[in-house]
Design a protein around this ligand. Structure first.
Ligand code: PLP
Length: 473
């Protein structure tokens, strides 16, 4: 298609998107297709001659759509949301049109400088220390790897970069922290055996006393403690590790402290939740995902670091073809993370933050939190359901608990409940385990979710539970 003919098909695409949004609530939230069903429908070779866009769009509806799980459906309550917004979609379209590769300032000064500003806007709104610096990464997993690599270089005085990783480095996280930490220690050459999982208290938070004792014991045994990763909002139950105590322990032992707030970090734009990062001035780095609960399309991760020089020294590499006259005067973000190539991700943040405004974003998050409180009340008041933890933010952990069932039977019942709910397609839920109990996670975070959606979800959960209970008796 010639570029001057872009406008000819553009209305078909925007019409498709509008129809998608309009019919979204009628679609099954979780895709219902069997493994291999989509693959089988795609020819085994590319076409020899180009096909008309009309037939591609037909196949979009016929083949692709049934194989999609609809993350932007208001009843997407699984995992954590990857929410989006109309503003963010517009920006993504324009980003794609410009197709810039923003590896260094010179390859698009606007991308580098808008990124710097967007990171400052978020930093100020969220109460992140003023002297820290931010950069956009693709995912929290990459940002955590970046933090661990920087910590590794700091503790080895940049020897690991030059000569390889010594075998005695140690990284610490709680038993509840995300699998990305395990992945990062594998990639960083530190090794899984050197990742120590610290026990948690009854609220699933890392125990500072246990961390302190472990670091002490490791130092006495000849290990070199390198990094502690805490969570502000664990993936299983949104637990918040005690940041002030752990920051103080890390500062005392001179160990890098990285805070993973991938999900719950968005709530820091609400002053009433800034307590979650109290004490972080003593930490070293922090990550959160606007692509989870801040209306910005995947992928967009905000990574903040106290000592940006340490970060740049870890990743800096300068081949002849990347030498520029502006080096040193501007931020060349290729030096702030792993890939050389970078998308222009700041643009969608700019669209979202300008169009919503801080107040608009705060209102939307508070609305989700209110909906969650209401949902948790229904669970609590119901005879056959129980809360496993107090509701927190927009997250409730609960299970179906009819009388007279063993723990084993309850696990089976709750597993069957999730499977049947997801199969019926009106909502999508996932589970976690708390002390061997199979429990359900309800997350109310899709941008456009309203009270009626949550009411419908609760009615559906109860109806499936009643059906299962009849069969169980
Ligand atoms: N950290 C936490 C606490 C998470 O909940 C998640 C994802 O749910 C991640 C990290 C990974 O995020 P990403 O997909 O951006 O790598």
């Amino acid at each position: 298609i010639d570029r001057k003919d872009f406008h000819r098909h553009a209305p078909d695409i925007t019409k498709w998107i509008q129809q998608y949004f309009d019919q979204l609530e009628e679609l099954p939230v979780k895709s219902q297709v069997a493994p291999g069903a989509i693959y089988k429908q795609i020819p085994d070779q590319m076409p020899q001659s180009g096909e008309p866009l009309e037939s591609i769009l037909q196949d979009m509806d016929r083949i692709i759509l049934p194989g999609m799980t609809h993350w932007q459906h208001p009843n997407f309550h699984a995992y954590f949301p990857a929410n989006s917004s109309v503003e963010s979609v517009y920006a993504e379209m324009m980003t794609a049109a410009m197709g810039a590769q923003c590896m260094i300032w010179e390859t698009s000064p606007a991308a580098a400088e808008l990124e710097e500003r967007m990171m400052e806007w978020l930093q100020r709104a969220m109460g992140i220390p003023k002297d820290w610096e931010g950069v956009i990464q693709d995912t929290a997993s990459s940002a955590t790897l970046v933090a661990i690599l920087t910590a590794r270089e700091k503790v080895t005085n940049f020897e690991a970069n030059e000569n390889g990783v010594p075998p005695n480095l140690r990284v610490y996280c709680s038993t509840q922290t995300h699998s990305s930490i395990e992945k990062a220690v594998k990639i960083a050459g530190i090794g899984r055996k050197n990742l120590v999982k610290i026990p948690v208290d009854e609220q699933m938070r890392m125990r500072p006393d246990a961390l302190d004792a472990q670091i002490q014991q490791d130092m006495e045994s000849g290990y070199l403690p390198c990094c502690v990763v805490t969570a502000v909002g664990t993936t299983g139950t949104v637990a918040v590790d005690p940041i002030p105590e752990i920051s103080a322990i890390c500062a005392r032992h001179n160990v890098w402290h990285h805070i993973d707030a991938a999900y719950a970090g968005s709530a820091l734009i609400l002053p009433e939740y800034q307590w979650m990062i109290e004490g972080m001035e003593q930490a070293d780095s922090f990550v959160f995902n606007p692509h989870k609960w801040l209306f910005t399309n995947f992928d967009c991760t905000a990574y903040y670091v106290k000592d940006a020089d340490m970060l740049v020294r870890t990743f800096d590499i300068l081949p002849e073809y990347l030498k520029t006259r502006t080096r040193g005067q501007v931020n060349d973000y290729r030096d702030w993370g792993i890939p050389l190539g970078r998308r222009f991700r700041a643009l969608k943040l700019w669209f979202v933050m300008r169009s919503f405004g801080l107040k608009g974003m705060q209102e939307r998050l508070r609305q989700h939190i209110v909906l969650n409180t209401q949902f948790a009340e229904w669970v609590e008041q119901s005879e056959n359901f129980e809360l496993l933890l107090p509701p927190f933010l927009n997250f409730t952990c609960f299970r179906f608990r009819p009388d007279g069932q063993t723990e084993e039977a309850l696990n089976a019942l709750n597993q069957a409940l999730v499977e049947r709910v997801n199969q019926r397609g009106k909502l999508f839920l996932t589970h976690t385990k708390i002390e061997d109990r199979y429990v359900l996670r309800m997350v109310i975070g899709q941008t456009y979710v309203e009270a009626r959606h949550v009411e419908a979800a609760w009615a559906e959960i109860r109806s499936v539970a009643a059906e299962l209970n009849l069969h169980a008796q």
